[in-house]
Design a protein around this ligand. Structure first.
Ligand SMILES: [Zn+2]
Length: 93
């Protein structure tokens, strides 16, 4: 097993595919770290909201969603809390 680059903490190698965001990514292979991930959401017509863990490609600027199972639950919780606190602040203003 060869480790090409291993940073401190969690990271995962992902290709820029544009998955979940209209496809059409540039196919760069990226090392995605905790700080690169943010939550996006989609609310369907029944009012159900799905949350996605998303990163933005530094090469082409396209967003790609990461499967929930690929993100550790501790990081998912942190990102969701951050997302909700931002959302609440926007409502207060
Ligand atoms: Zn890209």
């Amino acid at each position: 097993m060869k480790i090409l680059e291993k940073g401190p903490g969690w990271n995962i190698k992902k290709r820029c595919t544009g998955a979940g965001n209209g496809e059409g990514g540039c196919n760069s292979l990226l090392l995605v770290e905790e700080n690169d991930i943010y939550v996006t959401s989609h609310t369907d017509i029944t009012g159900d909201t799905d949350y996605y863990y998303t990163f933005c490609c530094p090469v082409c600027g396209k967003e790609t969603d990461i499967a929930e199972k690929d993100v550790p639950s501790s990081i998912r919780r942190k990102k969701l809390d951050l997302y909700r606190s931002k959302f609440d602040r926007r409502l207060v203003l």
